[in-house]
Ligand binder design. Sequence first.
Ligand SMILES: C[S@@+](CC[C@H](N)C(=O)[O-])C[C@H]1O[C@@H](n2cnc3c(N)ncnc32)[C@H](O)[C@@H]1O
Length: 321
Amino acid sequence: MPSAAASFVTEMAMAHVPVLTKELVELLDVQPDSRVVDCTFGAGGHAAAVAAKLSPSGVLVACDQDPVAEDYYMDLRPSLRCRSRFYLGNFADSLSELLEKGFRATHVYMDLGLSSMQIDTPDRGFSYSYDAPLDMRMDPEGPVTAADMVNTWSEAALADLFGRYGEERYARRIARAIVAQRSSRPYERTAELVDTVKRAIPTPARFGAGNPAKRVFQALRIEVNDELNSLQRALPAAFDLLDPGGILLVIGFHSLEDRIVKHFFVSKVRPCTCPPRFPICVCGKKPTGELVTSKAVTPSPAELTSNPRSSSAKLRALRRL
Ligand SMILES: C[S@@+](CC[C@H](N)C(=O)[O-])C[C@H]1O[C@@H](n2cnc3c(N)ncnc32)[C@H](O)[C@@H]1O
């Protein structure tokens, strides 16, 4: 008979298929008494795989800003042998709170972006494939929705956002079309925005790869959830939380996230701030981390076939010295 934890993993697989799980478990090499922080619990797929290695003297701290994730945690909890606790809120704040409380971890990991439950729940407004309220908040109490942004931001600010966070080629045309459209009727639904994007871009671009609104939706989602700032705030707190020898692991899904992670890791591995022309280091800054992954780990061909949503995943890990 399968264990309760195994049944949980099977059940959750229908909700969200965690990416790079085998690689994450191998690289973390969690021990029975490890103290592990999962910053992005989601449906708990990674957490269940990691917690299976923990004994009653181990600890799992689970964080997520989406209350739906807390429901998943409550489902998993009875099957856990280790001690555990859930923090609802932005992981940057939860990590700072843990630090202040004096908690120290052997492992901290983040699996960034959205869960399948968020994308596939039409009412959340994350998907351009369903007509729904234009919301996109991971934290349903968050201060700003995507509708607020498209209805109030200036044309220049929207164009800049779509260009920077969506790498959208037609950012300016789309921003102009949004501003023209909203003067007669404010945006309320995802389908209205998809329609504007389709009408704003040149006809051939409407029939390219994927939905033409994909990049605009990505840009809005990143901004609505303040994703890049949260990551930037969270990484130092996550690193400070680690015991010497502890591991920080991050799975990201787009180049903006990956750049922040790489930059942070390099700042720990090569902290020297001396000008390149100096023959020797005089700043005296010593490395405080070493790379566990010399380059990003990406999904295997088998995983790409079984879970196409994993296609852009990149995993990087750093050990604290
Ligand atoms: C890709 S899913 C994680 C899936 C999870 N690893 C699993 O195995 O089911 C990302 C999760 O991180 C959460 N999240 C993203 N950014 C967050 C942040 N700044 N603070 C807290 N949770 C965040 C989302 O709400 C979502 O549930």
